[in-house]
Design a protein around this ligand. Sequence first.
Ligand code: PGA
Length: 220
Amino acid sequence: RLAARSGLSVGRLKISVVTTAKYLIPSLLGEFCQAYPNIEPEFQIGNRAEIIQRLKQNLDDLYVFSNPPRELDITTDFLTKNPLVVIAKQGHPLKDKKSILWEELYGERLLMRENGSGTRYAIEAFFKENRIKMQNPITIASNEAIKESVMAGLGIAIISQHALNHMAPGNLIELPVHGFPIPNSWYWVLPKGKHVSNAAMAFREHVTQGLSHKKPNEHA
Ligand code: PGA
């Protein structure tokens, strides 16, 4: 269903994405590579601070952020939503409540991504804006390790719904906490004035097209 653009240059397409976007983009890559066999995509995945460094050095053809660094001279285009949800181990005592207040979770340990993570940045901004007090978090620098730790009963966490759904092991649940999910979105980002290569443009179109074919619960 993908109509390949003609006249695309042969070569590498360098894309840098924040860690949560790795649940979204690689799954759309197979068909892209089939349609454009001459293009060799190269992915860099890092936390927000790492991808900002790459952006500042203009190392890539295309970037994906969920909290674009607005202080830099960039252009941003909406990609899709990336809501942040509260997760707990299956069997959590509050699991059957229709709506939980964050205050009811004060006794829990909160597992958070590291400083430099866009997920953490969005959570801290949300808590500040809503004047919610945050319990002292335990820092764990990976979405996967956070999921594992929640499953092991270490505490609760707030992560991208895409990260939760990705290879969902079945023993994690989303808690219906009042005010959540935190609304968040992914954006295509480029330094202002940067020429968008045909390959980068084709890739953007392909991802947009691919998302429109997914069922709504496949991309929250
Ligand atoms: P990160 O990615 O938490 O790994 O930085 C997501 C984001 O930037 O929101």
